[in-house]
Design a protein around this ligand. Structure first.
Ligand code: FAD
Length: 470
């Protein structure tokens, strides 16, 4: 490693925050080194997060469609079976191709890649221990902490990645569990619960709060929960896990109402703990150089991503804000733009959120509940996919588009979509909101027919007037 010559920027962590920052920094002409301990670039997202989960969501959906959906379209298949090793193999291939792709991008952009565990020893020096236990010191005028996050443990529950798994274990189960209990009804729990449910597991989701995905618009959430229940996912809301017994063949979970009350026992072959993620700063030496953290272990930063220590910056899951890959990437670009003397900008009010189940749920901006709390006068325009010709043509008409616009100005405040491809459809709304558009701006934009996107146009019409097709 070219550790001893001084870099303009040294980045600790090669996830979507760190690797994007590294490439951008090099493109801006800064001498850049990125340190990653995992042995592969791409971080949580690429190795054990976004990408492998989407691979399995797609494969399991194909199986489920072949088994239960093809017949509706007059496609007859028999003996549809899951080949789990092949399914996991396709996921692993996607991951390794993509991680190697980032290594290629590092070479192309002349980013130095150092494999090893980074530890801050001064505001301009990182000591790196490689897998062979050797230490080098990498120096940089600026240091960016992009160490991301890790699974949040639940007190009293030990993750063994076999019977009691985190999201990482749930991406590589060697058998399809007969009964899967998911603790936590957030995006990750619902996505991975869906994967195994489609492959045949009986899935029960236990959630302490009174609702699944609390950040979602309430009306959309209700329809979403109903849709998941139709897919045979069971929910135990307002319920807490108070005991776990793994001594027998499977797992016995003792649960009780969140408010206290009678206990019941749940049996499972595998339990997935998905109760959130926590910033990862272990062994980083933050205390040594005096970088402050908040109560949740996150590193607070100013608008330029600077920590309280001059020359030391932080981005991505390790700082406050939505723990999402695309948000980490935006942080990374803006942070190095500041370092290079330019102006960077991230609009945290316009970070889309997508749950990649079937149907998908995607949202941008405010929920109706948030708008109410703000006391803003608003109008809602809705359009169901039942009335969208493309959705009917392909027999996939579950869901709706909901647009919330300010009453006086018609400015769009929030858009929420439940649809098979909601995660793609949402970006028209993100772009519209980024440009401060009114709902009428979308309604008067010509949309190709027949597309699912027309539902967005019709929902936009309905905020200030009437939709045509309903
Ligand atoms: P990370 O991706 O966590 O990367 C940090 C890297 O730093 C790691 O590779 C780690 O090994 C390395 N590191 C840490 N400490 C050190 C050190 N001291 N020295 C050297 N290296 C170090 N987000 C989405 O937007 N869309 C999704 O669909 C999505 N799906 C997800 C599914 C799952 C199952 C999970 C777990 C997460 C998912 N996420 C998703 C969240 C997403 O993965 C994170 O928001 C994103 O990875 C954060 O990027 P980051 O660069 O901040 O950190």
């Amino acid at each position: 490693a070219s550790g001893s010559d001084e870099n303009d920027v040294v980045i600790i962590g090669g996830g979507p925050g760190g690797y994007v920052a590294a490439i951008k920094a090099a493109q801006l002409g800064l001498k850049t080194t990125c340190i990653e301990k995992r042995g592969a670039l791409g971080g949580t997202c690429l190795n054990v997060g976004c990408i492998p989960s989407k691979a399995l969501l797609h494969s399991s959906h194909m199986y489920h469609e072949a088994k239960h959906g093809f017949a509706n379209h007059g496609v007859k298949v028999s003996n549809v079976e899951v080949d789990l090793p092949a399914m996991l193999g396709q996921k692993d291939k996607a991951v390794s191709n993509l991680t190697r792709g980032i290594e290629g991008l590092f070479k192309k952009n002349k980013v130095t890649y150092v494999k090893g565990y980074g530890k801050l020893i001064s505001p301009s020096e990182v000591s790196v221990e490689n897998n062979e236990g050797e230490n080098t010191v990498v120096k940089g005028k600026n240091i960016i902490i992009a160490t991301g996050s890790d699974v949040k443990p639940l007190p009293g529950i030990t993750i063994d990645e076999k019977k009691i798994v985190s999201s990482t274990g749930a991406l590589s189960l060697s058998e399809i569990p007969k009964k899967l209990v998911v603790i936590g009804a957030g995006y990750i729990g619902l996505e991975l619960g869906s994967v195994w449910g489609r492959l045949g597991s009986e899935v029960t989701v236990v959630e302490f709060a009174s609702d699944i995905v609390p950040s979602m618009d309430g009306e959309i959430r209700k329809q979403f929960q109903r849709s998941l229940e139709k897919q045979k996912m069971k929910f135990m809301l307002k319920t807490k896990v108070v005991g776990v017994d793994t001594s027998g063949e499977g797992v016995k979970l003792t649960v009780e109402p969140a408010a206290g009350g009678d206990q019941t026992t749940l049996e499972a072959d595998v339990v997935l703990v998905s109760a959130g993620r926590t910033p990862f700063t272990a062994g980083l030496g933050l205390d040594k150089i005096g970088v402050e953290m908040d109560k949740m272990g996150r590193i607070p930063v100013n608008e330029r991503f600077g920590t309280n220590v001059p020359g030391v910056f932080a981005i991505g899951d390790v700082i406050p804000g939505p723990m999402l890959a695309h948000k980490a990437e935006e942080d990374g670009v803006a942070c190095v733009e500041y370092i290079a003397g330019k102006v960077g900008h991230v609009d945290y009010d316009l970070v889309p959120g997508v749950c990649y189940t079937h149907p998908e749920v995607a949202s941008i901006g405010k929920t109706e509940e948030q708008v109410k709390t703000l006391g803003v006068e608003y109008r809602v325009g809705k359009f169901p996919f039942m009335a969208n010709s493309r959705a009917k043509a392909i027999d996939n008409a579950e869901g709706l588009v909901k647009i919330i616009a300010e009453k006086e100005s018609d400015k769009i405040l929030g858009v929420h979509i439940m649809a098979p491809n909601a995660g793609e459809l949402i970006h028209e709304a993100v772009l519209a909101m980024q440009y401060g558009a009114s709902s009428e701006d979308i309604a008067r934009t010509c949309h190709a027919h027949p597309t699912m996107s027309e539902a967005l146009k019709e929902a936009a019409m309905a905020t200030y007037d009437k939709a045509i097709h309903i």
